[in-house]
Design a protein around this ligand. Structure first.
Ligand code: ADP
Ligand code: MG
Length: 326
């Protein structure tokens, strides 16, 4: 209750426990050196990462990279061949029941019982977790995931977007600390996609989320951080912002009211290449951090041109992803 006080008075053994307790408060998911073989094929090779409490992390990789395998291991659906996972401080081997209580899981392709009614299905899901006040909890979760307008329907009568909401409701019914979502937006139309992304973002304010996808924009739209996996190995793990700045080049878009001399543009310090894209329009590739912007403005002024637009193009995360997973 008073951690600082406890620490002062604790013996060496209690100190270790204290450190563990502190870790539990800040780390929701701990993956340590996980390897998984299917027969002779290694689907995961010595994978390790931590997800902090409250963090929304994208687990990104091409098809067959090992995303679903990792998620099945975290949720106790598959044992790893070696290595270990802890969810909210609970070990998947020794405390699998506790892990299941702490984790909500929306599997790939969202398997549901189409002949069941929404409420009936969610009551059933609540029953699995032995939730008290089941009726009240089902109503609450229907509201949380925005199922209210469709709540009297059979699952088979729902659009794909609403089915995903049922899947999310099922994953959230026991109020887990950690939410594992395996390609939650695959197969949705653009409107449904936006709705579900917004819903996940809202949920992400309260929970630790690990979300798999093979779409970079998805991670950009929803996540704080991305872990990129390729052929069972992690190839990158950074905050989204860092990916954007990962390149040693930046692109400037320059638009002036008259033509500039291409030779002079190319001679600006830090400029690597210039492409003319229209009258007075240029796409300029430059060394990152070379401070090319002010030099371009100065050049335009010296040439008696007015700058109508000068901006740095955001690096396309898609390109970063491609270069890392190719
Ligand atoms: P992802 O979800 O990133 O597309 P998966 O985890 O589903 O990747 O698969 C990783 C690799 O393991 C793939 O090569 C896949 O074919 C293989 N794999 C997945 N599940 C099985 C299984 N049950 N038996 C054999 N191989 C499997
Ligand atoms: Mg998968």
């Amino acid at each position: 209750m008073y951690p600082a006080f406890r620490q002062i008075n604790a013996g060496p053994r209690e100190l270790t426990n204290f450190a563990d307790t502190q870790k539990q408060k800040t780390v929701s998911l701990e993956v340590n050196n996980v390897t998984k073989y299917y027969g002779k094929q290694a689907a995961l090779k010595d994978v390790s990462f931590l997800v902090k409490r409250g963090e929304v992390t994208g687990f990104l990789g091409p098809n067959g990279a090992g995303k679903s395998t990792m998620m099945k291991i975290i949720t106790c659906y598959l044992p790893p061949s070696s290595g270990n996972v802890k969810v909210a401080g609970h070990d998947i081997y020794e405390e699998s029941i506790a892990v299941r209580r702490k984790v909500g899981y929306l599997p790939e392709n969202n398997p549901l019982y189409p002949e069941m009614y929404i409420r009936e299905y969610l009551h059933f899901a609540a029953g699995i977790y032995r939730i008290k006040n089941r009726k009240q909890r089902v109503e609450e979760i229907i509201d949380t995931v925005g199922l209210t307008p469709e709540m009297h329907k059979r699952i088979s009568a729902l659009s794909k977007g609403y089915r995903q909401r049922v899947g999310l409701a099922q994953a959230l019914i026991h109020d887990p600390e950690v939410l594992i979502l395996d390609e939650p937006t695959s197969g949705l139309d653009p409107n449904q996609l936006e709705d579900i992304r917004n819903l996940i973002k809202a949920i992400g304010k309260e929970k630790t989320v690990l979300l798999s996808t093979h779409i970079m924009q998805e991670v950009e739209a929803i996540c704080d951080r991305a872990i990129i996996i390729k052929s069972g190995e992690i190839v990158a793990d950074s905050p989204i912002e860092k990916f954007k700045n990962a390149s040693d080049r930046e692109i400037f878009i320059l638009h002036t009211d008259a033509q500039l001399d291409m030779k002079k543009l190319k001679a600006v310090k830090g400029v690597l290449a210039v492409t003319k894209t229209g009258t007075g329009r240029y796409r300029i590739s430059a060394l990152s951090g070379a401070g090319v912007g002010p030099s371009l403005t100065a050049l335009a002024a010296a040439e008696n041109c007015t700058v109508q637009e000068l901006r740095k193009e955001e690096q396309r995360l898609e390109d970063v992803f491609k270069s890392l997973t190719r």
